[in-house]
Design a protein around this ligand. Sequence first.
Ligand SMILES: *Cc1c(COP(=O)(O)O)cnc(C)c1O
Length: 454
Amino acid sequence: MTSNNPQTREWQALSNDHHLAPFSDFKQLKEKGPRIITSAKGVYLWDSEGNKILDGMAGLWCVAIGYGRDELADAASKQMRELPYYNLFFQTAHPPVLELAKVIADVAPEGMNHVFFTGSGSEGNDTMLRMVRHYWAIKGQPKKKVIISRKNGYHGSTVAGASLGGMTYMHEQGDLPIPGIVHIAQPYWFGEGGDMTPNEFGIWAANQLEEKILEVGVDNVGAFIAEPIQGAGGVIIPPDSYWPRIKEILAKYDILFVADEVICGFGRTGEWFGTDFYDLKPHMMTIAKGLTSGYIPMGGLIVHDDVVEVLNEGGDFNHGFTYSGHPVAAAVALENIRILRDEKIVERVRAETAPYLQKRLRELNDHPLVGEVRGVGLLGAIELVQDKATRKRYEGKGVGMICRTFCFENGLIMRAVGDTMIIAPPLVITPAEIDELVTKARKCLDLTLSALQG
Ligand SMILES: *Cc1c(COP(=O)(O)O)cnc(C)c1O
């Protein structure tokens, strides 16, 4: 992005000279220069060029209550003045972390009453891996180490997180996955369902779990981890047949079920957790993102009473982070959850804005470029195709990136995962703002189609 604004150019120079950005091609970013985001309010961002942009991704799926809520800033400021830091390692605790653990237990599914705090979702999944293996060791089954995950799932970017995740482009760098993590097919009907109906494919994909358990040996499998709805993989909504069949398989074998709720948690589906939406009954749930609405880093692992009972017999759990349960992050999370509850934001998503967004998004099905529109709650995906009937893609054209660029230029952030456009706006988005989002999305689809034909 070239700019005439000297201040923008100055910031871009700092980026070139000193900053290594996550998930970026360093050299290419130097050539283009990053867009500089300077402020935000509600569902809107402003960049250093004065452009106003509707943030259809809530940052990175995290800004649930929207930008610019002073209450969270005040909570952080108050806590920083009172007790900015103390650790939880040496048989100490502080009020914010204890109050937060209780409030999370209140909104979490039944039996999920304990929380281990981390600084991020990745650390939550690292914690999960160690806790699962520790759990089985305590139960006298130390061989139950293998974690089954899914291709194209996302579980973070630490060594364990990226290994648990099923992103091959991440595995290629750094010799991943680490041993003891195996992957099965994802329930992505549009991309991989072939001639099967969605429900046939859902059963097939779920059965891969049973096949993998039998292949690895149930005595060697510790847990299965999955996102209720894959987010970074492209907002993949499993066919209706998928989760019931997975639940049957899990009930049959003695392994733990971990729901990665980092995206679905805290209201995204119109329920507090994705596991409520699908009635999944997991043993552990990873959380982050919406926990603090992204205002400050924090993650964690919610653990079922049945698991805690076993862990209680295991002596020290030799694991933790300097910033586990950080008091300032905990104070911000508490205020965030208070706002979600008091303003009935999750209920409003369920009753009003999710049905409206899903209805309006599906109007885009008539567009020549659109092969499928799908979504749940305030999650949505638009598949861009060359041929609707056969679900054939525009090979090698980078259609998703073309569309994403048009969106940015027209004041809308939609993310591209290959040729799938995805959205996850702040949970406070209004019907009028949804209208704006869909109108802009259609305009960008038109521009993308013209670019392909031109
Ligand atoms: C973002 C994400 C993570 C990783 O969280 P970080 O805070 O980036 O470490 C894990 N799981 C899912 C489902 C995510 O979307």
